[in-house]
Design a protein around this ligand. Sequence first.
Ligand SMILES: [Zn+2]
Length: 474
Amino acid sequence: MKLTLSRLAVALLSAVGAAAQDADSVITTRAPLLALTHAKLIDGRGTAPRDDQTIIVRAGRIAEIGATSAVAIPTGAQTLDLTGKTVLPGLVMLHEHLYFTSRASTTAPFHVNEMDFSFPRLYLACGLTSVRTGGSIEPYTDLELKMRINRGVLPGPKLHLTAPYLEGFPSAIAQLHNVDDPADAVRLVNFWADKGFTSFKLYMHLAADSARAAIEAAHARGLKVTGHIGALTYREAAELGIDNLEHGFYAATDFVRGKKSGELPQPAAVAGSQDELDVNAPAVAALIQFLIDRHVALTSTLPVFEASVPGRPILTARELDCLAAPARENYLRTWARVNGPNDGRAVATWRKMLALEKKFFDAGGLLVAGTDPTGYGATIAGHGSLREVELLVEAGLTPVAAIQVASYNGARWLGVEKDVGSIEPGKAADLVVVAGDPAKTIADIRQIETVFKDGVGYDAKKLLDSVKGHVGIQ
Ligand SMILES: [Zn+2]
């Protein structure tokens, strides 16, 4: 017995050792002193891009930034000439998941698989150096992943974890717990906060009394609460003190005709309210201003909705390559159905939702960006995240503003903007090197070559190659 146990221990230890070596194989540089020269710089603060800049990185932090002609390269620095390339801040995105929703057939129930191998790599490969998860399915795996990433055993972004969903009754997903009552909500918040979760997410059916109790319990510990709500309207959640609302205005039930207090309307009723919605109505402007006055941030998660709008592009070959065969087949089948005969309502709603996010941003609201890699499997961690930045530009933001939403704004919500979210001296060297100029052509943001996290450079292509065919399985 003893022998068996120690053999098991050896096997486990060598597995961890192999994983650490594997993490090293995707690293291109970990020089203590780095000079990135001749780069175009987009700093993440919304300021105009600057040409021919040099960034000095010392011990993982940004030591100096300036025109290449004005910055002295310290002796012993490893120098990377980035002529023709742009450096952006590592992205900080807030509706991420470490799981993927997929099913082998349309008759199988909705199921969620943890993507503990592929998603941390995909996020990092696509330039996300900090992410907040948006609700947990396997909380202990999430905690363990965070620890392994922090120890350098696994490649991945800095994780800010949201606890398992606080959902009411009756949840459509068997993997979610239904909160019994306000006392249960308080117990859950404290239990998961003790384990290391730093934010909480209210879900669609949660009742107002439990929502209020959860928000108070989280705030008492200095932690924040977001929500993909529905039984509660956006205005009601803001009145209760929620810090963030997910999915732009797609999840708002404020304009559903005859909505009963505390009841989640049927999807058809929500769709009907979206058909009728006039984005220029005074009631819409009033809701936007109410959210801003209450300091409620709004997370844009456009890619997951785009997948159900006809006439939108199919996934690229690079994205399809990530998917395991059953997930790819399910995606292609569903995409074909979405792009079959339709009544045009989804397109009309899509345009309204883009307009509303732009209005929220223009009015001074804290718009943040997320991927939400769920739905029918069309939205893939990392790739979908970059699509989100492109779609913010489609909504009317400038590329520089869209990048700010996906970097500095996320850091602000997390309260880590002194450390990450923009390229400024003193901050962590979380940097993304792309070929081309996303300030002119936002699609260039997909041409990522190297991602630096705390000054350690990761090879984006190697990370992507390592997860081919994995998404949907692990
Ligand atoms: Zn989500």
